[in-house]
Ligand binder design. Structure first.
Ligand SMILES: C=C(C(=O)O)c1ccccc1
Length: 358
């Protein structure tokens, strides 16, 4: 098979193609942080993706950083997601849920008892979050105690079990984009001197322990991990840090490593990081992400540099992205004003290619 549109085996799943829908936060969850009814239509519209990875779903109240993002830690949330997975499966699609803990990227208004957001160290992120319908500075975080780290690992494990109960085909541990696990992995945000910091191994410990716990719960073949070696937070030697993480994750036999190449949402730059070296540390499936188009994906695929390619914004505006890429139909541009928050507009109302076309 020499194209992106041939079937691909991922663990026990046969994907119809190598095109993955990347996790996309849309801030449309309803009361109780339950995935909205509209999410049923939104995700099933995009079921022709080889694999859908859902928007980040927080594993606990403490793990939430933005308003109206869905959770995966209550029965009502599980019930809401069940409708989504049923609809995607009814269309022959496959869907993983992204397990999310934001760590320091949060605001006291979202935190239990208005507490400070938690982090590896009490270092405030230089970023804003969408809370109370406005972009506001994040709140000052506090450093986690060792027993709290064990509790968070248990939260990830429980959330993974909930995702399988909700009908997901697997889970993706969110270790990227400046959130909790990424905060531990990078020394720009982790100055701990205990077992969870102070060295390549120490900074990697929590993402490896979380992944081991999740894989023990749902199976290694239904577990993926997302990392972003050089975005969001500075680190001294990202190549050494993430080569080590990739190697240890590879030893666990998990299904895939999903890599944000370059800066999040930025152009796909040939960044100062060797992704081929990283990939060589991980024997299973490598999903390449960030600013791909068909031409770039095809060229890297034919060079054997990645197995699957994930697309974010193109999937927002093109529910039938696979058909458009396969038949060279021009893509609809995303409307940036309706990505975050709102209702059906800019969510479930993007057009499909006319059925008589291609
Ligand atoms: C979960 C996100 C990520 O991984 O970047 C996110 C969160 C808020 C806005 C955009 C993206």
């Amino acid at each position: 098979d020499n194209t992106l549109f041939e079937p691909y085996t991922l663990g026990a799943l046969t994907l119809a193609n190598r095109i993955v829908m990347a996790p996309l936060t849309r801030n449309r969850a309803g009361a109780g942080f339950v995935a909205s009814e509209l999410a049923v239509e939104y995700y099933s519209q995009r079921a022709t993706a080889g694999l859908i990875i859902s928007e980040g779903a927080q594993i606990s109240q403490e793990g939430q950083g933005y308003q109206d993002t869905p959770g995966i830690y209550t029965q009502a949330q599980i019930d809401g997601w069940r409708k989504v997975t049923n609809a995607v499966h009814a269309k022959g699609g496959h869907i993983f849920l992204q397990l999310w803990h934001v760590g320091r990227v949060s605001h006291v208004d979202l935190q239990p008892n208005a507490q400070a957001p938690v982090a590896p160290s009490a270092i405030k992120a230089d970023t804003k979050v969408y809370v109370n319908n406005a972009f506001v500075d994040v709140s000052e975080p506090r450093a986690l105690k060792l027993d709290e780290i064990q509790a968070i690992i248990a939260d990830f494990r429980r959330a993974a079990a909930n995702a399988i109960t909700a009908g997901f085909d697997g889970v993706e541990v969110h270790g990227a984009n400046g959130y909790l696990l990424d905060q531990f992995a990078k020394d720009g945000s982790n100055t701990r001197t205990d077992a969870y910091g102070g060295s390549v191994e120490g900074r990697a410990r929590i993402i490896l322990e979380v992944t081991a716990a999740v894989a023990a719960e749902v199976g290694a073949q239904r577990t993926g991990v997302r990392i972003s070696p050089i975005n969001s937070i500075t680190s001294t030697d990202p190549q050494a840090q993430f080569n080590y993480i990739a190697e240890k994750l590879g030893e666990m036999g998990i299904a895939y490593l999903h890599v944000v190449e370059g800066g999040r949402g930025g152009p796909h730059e040939a960044a100062a990081f060797n992704y081929a070296e990283l990939r060589a540390k991980f024997a299973n499936t490598y999903i390449a992400n960030n600013g791909y188009n068909l031409e770039l994906a095809t060229s890297r695929f034919t060079k054997g540099e990645a197995d699957l390619f994930s697309f974010g914004r193109p999937f927002i505006a093109n529910p039938d992205l696979v058909k458009r890429l396969k038949t060279a139909v021009p893509l609809t541009e995303v409307n940036p004003t309706t990505i975050y928050g709102g209702g059906a507009e800019g969510y479930t109302d993007y057009p499909f290619v006319a059925s008589n076309h291609g």
